[in-house]
Design a protein around this ligand. Structure first.
Ligand code: ASP
Length: 336
């Protein structure tokens, strides 16, 4: 009799733990950003604001559907970022900001939280969807980062879609370049507030799939009027992008030079992994460090339980989050 009771209890607890496991596995989540900066309501038309909100919602819905079907966080990140790269609104792919010579020069990176595999490209001119080539560097080359013409050739050799540089260029970014160049003539330092604001608009995504795997990706045109083949934090693993199933996934946007110096994405993951901080506290702490150095920007973060952080120290950050039950949160300004 006692044996039977013990057996029944054993079976009961086994089922309970399997059920809990199942719930945990349903706990997928996705978060995106479309850049941080001086984004103020008074500078925004209702039409433009509507366009941003709609595209953010459209992008995150793509990744959410993939995760819901049981797809991987890698695929969710890639396809979500495609929507933002293909939209002229964001500083990534079409609509990227322009270099001092008036060209688009793109950077992107991706990291897989399960294997700690990563891939990145910087300073490319012809790859339609840089995030896919960053993933291809991870999967189809022995390297982590490729740059410039070599990276463009690598994409071509794999049959990835390439476009003339003019595809990326929009009138809005040409006007912005002109404004920054006019201002540059009068600026006393590189840290002129107007020039400083030319560094935002990157896109990024972090996803957690039903298998419990985190992935993070970031894609950008960098900063307006960049010279000397300047590269920011976005393609640098540990600065603009990081993912580790043991802690969290992070994608950053902001003043790249400071995000490189503060090693933002890895620093947040390290605080979570080694100090057991929650992702909101860890993000705030690292963004404080960025501020103290003189920089600003923001991050989106997911931990392995699907908790989300969307932290920034600028006036706004285009951002959205969707949990497994499909609750959507799209925000732009600080006090939303
Ligand atoms: N962090 C990017 C860079 O410095 C810019 C951005 O986030 O918009 O290249």
């Amino acid at each position: 009799m006692l044996k039977k009771i013990i057996l029944c209890l054993g079976l009961f607890f086994l089922q309970l733990s399997l059920a809990q496991d199942q719930t945990a596995k349903e706990n997928f989540s996705i978060v995106i950003h479309g850049g941080a900066g001086t984004i103020l309501k008074e500078n925004m038309t209702p039409e433009l604001e509507h366009a941003y909100r709609t595209t953010l919602a459209e992008a995150i819905a793509v990744g959410h559907a993939i995760l819901k079907e049981g797809g991987s966080s890698q695929e969710a990140v890639e396809k979500t970022i495609h929507v933002m790269e293909n939209s002229p609104l964001f500083n990534a792919g079409k609509g990227a900001v322009l270099t001092a010579q008036g060209h688009a020069s793109l950077d992107a990176s991706f990291m897989d939280g399960k294997t700690l595999n990563a891939g990145a490209i910087s300073g490319v001119s012809h790859i339609k969807n840089p995030i896919s080539t960053a993933i291809a560097v991870m999967e189809k080359s022995p390297h982590v980062m490729l740059s410039g013409q070599g990276a463009d050739q690598f994409a071509k050799s794999l049959g990835m879609e390439t476009v003339p540089n003019s595809y990326f260029i929009t009138e809005r970014r040409q006007k912005a370049l002109k404004r920054v160049q006019e201002r540059e003539k009068k600026a006393v330092s590189f840290y002129d507030p107007f020039i400083k604001d030319s560094k935002f608009g990157t896109v990024g995504c972090v996803a957690l799939d039903k298998a419990g795997n985190l992935a993070a990706g970031t894609s950008t045109g960098g900063m307006t009027n960049k010279k000397w083949d300047r590269i920011g934090d976005a393609p640098i693993i540990g600065a603009g992008t990081y993912a580790n199933n043991a802690s969290c996934g992070v994608s950053a946007t902001g003043w790249g030079e400071f995000f490189i110096r503060a090693v933002v994405a890895h620093d947040i993951a390290a605080l979570v992994e080694y100090k057991n901080l929650d992702i909101v506290t860890a993000s705030k702490q690292v963004l404080r460090k960025v501020k103290e150095l003189g920089g600003d920007g923001g991050v989106v973060v997911l931990d392995r339980d699907g908790n989300v952080a969307m932290e920034f120290n600028t006036a706004g950050m285009y951002r959205a989050h969707m949990n497994s039950s499909g609750e959507l949160n799209v925000k732009i300004y600080q006090n939303e």
